[in-house]
Design a protein around this ligand. Structure first.
Ligand SMILES: O=C(O)c1ccc(O)c(O)c1
Ligand SMILES: [Mg+2]
Length: 605
C-alpha cells in the first residue's frame, strides 16, 4: 500500500483555529478535522478558513461533531434537521463534504434502532442532495449506541449511500471491544478513521476520553491490530488523530503537532506501511557528555577519578575532555554552561549503521542537527530529544569514528566499572509521553512498565526505554504535575549509571579515598532488614558503603550514588545480579532526600 493521508483533529492542539492549522501544516499533515468550537471562536469566515487551509496545503477532511441527532420524537427531529441544514451551509463554505454525527446521549432519545436508522437515513438523503456524506460514530458512553457493532447495525439498516461509519479506536478499545469484526464491514461503508491511544486507567469512560487520550504509541492500546483491521476491511480514507488531552490542550502546538506526526509514522511502520527504514540494532552507549562550567567540571573530573576513571583524551577543536574506564566513556564539555551548572548535553549510542539511524530519525520527524566540524573530525550525526538532549549515532570501532576527534593523552583505565548501564533523564511533567515516543520511534527502543512513586517533592513517574538486547537503557523520570515552585535544592536531576562488577568492593575503595559518595541514612537499612531479612554481613556492608539494594523476580540490584555535581547531575554505580530488570526506583525517594540534604548543607542552610 502507498502512503496514507495523515490528518489531525483541531481538538488535539492548543491555540486558536489559525494556530492549530499552521502547526498541523508545518508538521506535514495532509488534512484536518475541524472542531466546531474552533470555527465558532474564529473571526475568519468559513470561506476564509477554506482559503487558509488551501494555502497551507491542508484539506478539510471532516467537520465535527454533530450531536444528539437520532432517535428523537418528531418535533425534535424537525428541529434537528433544520440545525443540520445550517451546518451543511457551513460545510459548503468550508469546502468539506463529511460531517461526523456521534451517537446520541440525549435524554429525549428513545431506544429504537428502527427510528434511529430512519432518521439518519433522512439526514443522509439531505446530505447527499448537497453532495455531502454523514459518518456515524458510536461514542463509548452513547445512551443506546455505544459499540461499533451497534452503530454498524443501524447504518446497515438505514442503507443509504451517503451514510457510513466513523470508527474511533478509543471508543472501541476503552470498552474492551473486539476489533476483529471490523473486517466484516465493507470498506466503502467505513467513511472515517479516528485514532487515539490511552493509558490503561480504571475510570469513567467519558472522563478518560476527554482528559487522558494520547497519541498512538504513547499509551497501552493495541492500535496496530485495530488500524490493521480497518485497513484490511478496505478503508482508504485518512489516518486521523483525535486526541483529547489536558496537557496537549495547553502545549505549544508546533512541537505537539510534530509529536503527533511521529506517532502516526510509528503506527504506519507497525502496520507494515513503507515509512522509514527500520531502526538499526544498537549496541550500548558510545559515551555520555556532560556540559559544565569549569568549576563544576573540575569537581566532576575529581569525582570520576575517584571512581577509577582516567582522563584519556582532549578534543582537537573544542573544550571537551574524554574520561574512560572499561567501556564507560564520559565527555566533559566546558563550553557555555553558567555557574554551578552541569547537565547531560548528549548521549551517544553505538549503531550498527549510523547513517541509517540518521535517515530513520529524519523520517520520524527528528531532523539531523547541524554541526561544526574540524578538518580531521568525524562526521558524527546527532538529533535532539524533545528535552534538548543531543543523541549521537556512533560506530566507535570504525576507522573514522568519533575517537579520532580526540588527541589521546593516556590509556583507558581498567577497574570495576565496565560500561554505561543507563542514563536517566528528567522530563518536565508535560513532556514525558513525548520523550517516550521519541525513544520509541527514533531510536527503536521499547517501553518498560510505568512505575509511579511518592517522592519528597511530589509524585514521580518512571519508565525505562530499552533496546531489544537491553544494551541501551534510558530511564525517563518526571513529576506527574507541574513541579511546585517552592521545591528546593535539586531541579530536574539527571544521572549516568555505570555498570560495576562489584559495587560493595567499589564502595570500600571509595570510602577509603574520601570520594563524594552520597550518604544514606540508617533508617533505610533498618527498613531493608525488615523487608528482606538480609544476611547480617551483607546488610552491614551495604550500610557501611551507603549502597542501596533491591530485588525482583529475576535477581538483585546493588547501587550507590555520588553527591551532586552542580545543581542536577550525579553518578551511579549499579550491579545487576541475575536478571534484575529495574532501576531501583523504590530507593529513589531516599536518594532524593539525601541529595537535598547535601545541597542544603552546601549552601549553609
Ligand atoms: O467527547 C466527545 O464528545 C467526542 C466528540 C467527537 C468524537 O469524535 C469523539 O470521539 C468524542
Ligand atoms: Mg471520535
Amino acid at each position: 500500500m502507498s502512503e496514507p493521508r495523515r490528518s489531525i483533529a483541531t481538538v488535539c492542539l492548543s491555540g486558536t483555529l489559525e494556530d492549530k492549522l499552521a502547526a498541523a501544516s508545518a508538521a506535514g499533515f495532509d488534512g484536518v478535522e475541524i472542531f466546531e468550537n474552533d470555527l465558532i471562536a474564529s473571526a475568519a469566515s468559513p470561506a476564509e478558513i477554506r482559503a487558509y487551509c488551501r494555502d497551507l496545503g491542508l484539506s478539510i477532511d471532516l467537520y465535527q461533531p454533530f450531536r444528539d441527532f437520532e432517535a428523537v420524537p418528531p418535533a425534535r427531529f424537525r428541529q434537528n434537521l433544520r440545525r443540520a441544514e445550517r451546518k451543511f451551509d457551513v460545510m459548503e463554505q468550508l469546502g468539506t463534504d463529511l460531517v461526523l454525527v456521534c451517537s446520541t446521549v440525549s435524554p429525549e432519545a428513545v431506544d429504537d434502532d428502527e427510528l434511529a436508522a430512519e432518521q439518519l437515513r433522512e439526514l443522509a438523503e439531505r446530505a447527499q442532495r448537497r453532495g455531502m456524506r454523514v459518518a456515524y460514530e458510536a461514542l463509548a458512553w452513547g445512551r443506546f449506541v455505544n459499540t461499533y457493532e451497534h452503530s454498524w447495525r443501524i447504518v446497515r439498516r438505514a442503507d443509504h449511500p451517503a451514510l457510513g461509519l466513523c470508527l474511533d479506536s478509543f471508543h472501541v478499545l476503552s470498552r474492551g471491544g473486539d476489533p476483529a469484526l471490523i473486517r466484516t464491514i465493507p470498506g466503502e461503508k467505513l467513511f472515517y478513521l479516528q485514532l487515539a491511544d490511552a493509558p490503561q486507567l480504571d475510570m469513567d469512560v467519558l472522563q478518560w476520553s476527554r482528559h487522558h487520550r494520547l497519541f498512538p504509541g504513547q499509551g497501552s492500546f493495541d492500535l496496530t491490530t485495530f488500524a490493521g483491521n480497518v485497513l484490511d476491511a478496505g478503508y482508504s480514507g485518512p489516518l486521523s488523530l483525535e486526541v483529547f488531552n489536558d496537557v496537549f490542550r495547553q502545549a505549544d502546538p508546533k512541537p505537539a503537532a510534530v509529536d503527533a506526526m511521529r506517532s502516526l509514522r510509528l503506527l504506519e511502520e507497525r502496520l507494515g506501511l513503507p515509512v522509514a527504514e527500520p531502526a538499526p540494532d544498537l549496541d550500548g552507549y558510545a559515551f555520555a557528555e556532560v556540559v559544565a562550567d569549569p568549576g563544576t567540571a573540575a569537581r566532576l573530573a575529581d569525582g570520576l577519578a575517584a571512581l577509577g576513571f582516567a582522563e584519556t583524551g582532549e578534543h582537537r577543536s573544542k573544550p571537551v575532555r574524554r574520561w574512560e574506564q572499561g567501556g564507560a566513556r564520559v565527555l566533559i564539555n566546558t563550553s557555555g554552561a553558567g555557574p554551578d551548572t552541569a547537565e547531560i548535553g548528549a548521549l551517544a549510542v553505538e549503531s550498527a549503521d549510523p547513517l541509517r539511524s540518521a535517515r530513520r530519525a529524519e523520517a520520524m520527524s527528528s531532523p539531523i542537527l547541524p554541526r561544526e566540524r574540524g578538518p580531521q573530525e568525524a562526521g558524527l550525526v546527532s538529533v535532539a530529544a524533545p528535552d534538548g538532549t543531543g543523541v549521537f549515532f556512533c560506530d566507535t570501532a570504525a576507522d573514522d569514528g568519533w575517537r579520532g576527534d580526540f588527541r589521546d593523552t593516556a590509556a583507558p583505565a581498567a577497574g570495576l566499572i565496565t560500561g554505561i548501564d543507563h542514563v536517566s533523564l528528567t522530563q518536565p511533567f508535560d513532556h514525558f509521553d513525548e520523550a517516550a515516543l521519541f525513544c520509541r520511534s527514533v531510536l527503536g527502543l521499547e517501553p518498560e512498565e510505568v512505575t509511579e512513586y511518592a517522592a519528597p517533592f511530589g509524585m514521580v513517574r518512571n519508565r525505562g526505554m530499552v533496546d531489544a538486547t537491553r544494551s541501551v537503557r534510558i530511564a525517563l523520570n518526571g513529576a506527574l504535575v507541574r513541579r511546585g515552585e517552592w521545591a528546593p535544592a535539586v531541579r530536574d536531576p539527571q544521572h549516568i549509571a555505570f555498570t560495576c562488577t562489584d559495587v560493595l568492593a567499589a564502595a570500600e575503595r571509595l570510602r577509603a579515598s574520601g570520594a563524594p559518595v552520597l550518604p544514606i541514612p540508617d533508617n533505610y537499612y533498618d527498613d531493608l532488614d525488615a523487608r528482606f531479612d538480609l544476611d547480617p554481613d551483607l546488610l552491614g556492608a551495604l550500610r557501611r558503603g551507603s549502597v542501596l539494594y533491591d530485588r525482583d523476580a529475576g535477581g538483585e540490584f546493588l547501587h550507590l550514588f555520588t553527591e551532586l555535581f552542580g545543581s542536577r547531575v550525579f553518578l551511579e554505580l549499579v550491579q545487576r545480579v541475575g536478571d534484575y530488570a529495574g532501576y531501583g526506583v523504590g530507593n529513589a525517594p531516599v536518594r532524593m532526600a539525601a541529595h537535598r540534604r547535601q545541597r542544603m548543607t552546601a549552601f549553609g542552610r
